[in-house]
Write a protein that binds this ligand. Sequence first.
Ligand code: IMP
Length: 427
Amino acid sequence: MPATSVIGAQWGDEGKGKIIDLVTHEADVVVRFQGGANAGHTVIVEGREFVFHLLPSGVLHEGKLNVLANGVVIDPATLLSEIDQFESGGYSLRERLRVSGAAHCVLPYHKVLDQLREGDKAGVKIGTTGRGIGPAYADKANRCGVRMWDLIDEDRLASRLQANITDKNRIVTKLFGADALDYDAIFEEAREQGRRLAPMVADTGRILREHLSKGSHVFFEGAQGLMLDLDHGTYPFVTSSNSDSLGIAAGTGVPPSAIGRQIGVSKAYCTRVGAGPFPSELHDATGDRLREGGGEFGATTGRPRRCGWLDVPAARYAAQVCGFDGLAITKLDVLSEFDQVGLCVAYDINGETVEDYPVDTPLVEQAVPIVKMFDGWTGDLSGIRNAADLPANARAFVDEICERVGVPWEIVSVGPGRESTIIRDTP
Ligand code: IMP
């Protein structure tokens, strides 16, 4: 199969960055296809720490083409600062980064609107990252967005911005009573950003189709996860894109048949940031212990993540919707030294045992987790490279997750760092 994707099977933050890093070395092209600067991953290269919100992970590997495809919403200021940050480390990037002309821009008024709406007492509080993601996708659907091709053409940029800022100022000033946006300042900043980004803007759909037809290995890097998918997640407590493999074809311009092998990523437990139902959430000391042990604080906003046991009905639903070929189970080591570890195997909804994820958000909100407890294990797992060497209780836990989710494991992460990994078929 010439293509692979790594997709979140939970509410984001599954530890995809490490799995992506392991898998991208096989790739010729690394592609982000949805989301924007709401995602975040920290990477350490030669002792230097980089936090990326937009750049694909392939930038870390010389010789790979990196693509921000049409489904991504791009904050030009964030993108330029990440390029500058990366290149200041002495690495070259511009020649191997291509940005879709059809990708929509996240502009200052999107962030203002995101924050005003989140602060509005009358509205639903989603707990967004405040990065303007929802308003940018709303403009795309509303057919008034500014695309990268508009950003790099001064006349088009001026007319798109005029119309948008006039419209947004009505909302900002009349609805929210906030200060009007300054067209001149926004235009000047965007024009300069367009000038700097222009050499990287391209028809990335064509580039990707050409690569696929000549047999290049294309790697699709998911951000967030299926449970935050706009259509299939816990709506309205979701992000504003198809944050899983369903977003690949539309978000890149390659046919669905080209998507290839899919690895779903799930932590050995579960976390969520922002509002919305989370049936297996632990509101007690065990939840705090998971948060501390797993370092569960957001890479983008620094918010503490809500923690709980792995939710099997949700993970199985994710696997069925996306069609995962293999599972990557991350952070198994965080569960070491617990006397017992739990797995949410079903829900009790109004006195009925429900094994299948109920999809309708109010039902998910009512779900009481039915948790199966397992005996825990002790010891440092980080040196283990072979599943046969895992403590028997840890192995039994992994096997039961895979059996219940219905997908075999491919990778188990047993500690921080690239090498603390068990890859199936490792001799
Ligand atoms: P937005 O994507 O900023 O609009 O936020 C919508 C919801 O998705 C909020 O609950 C966010 O916390 C969540 N979210 C967005 N991006 C991520 C991510 O990368 N990891 C985890 N949650 C995310």
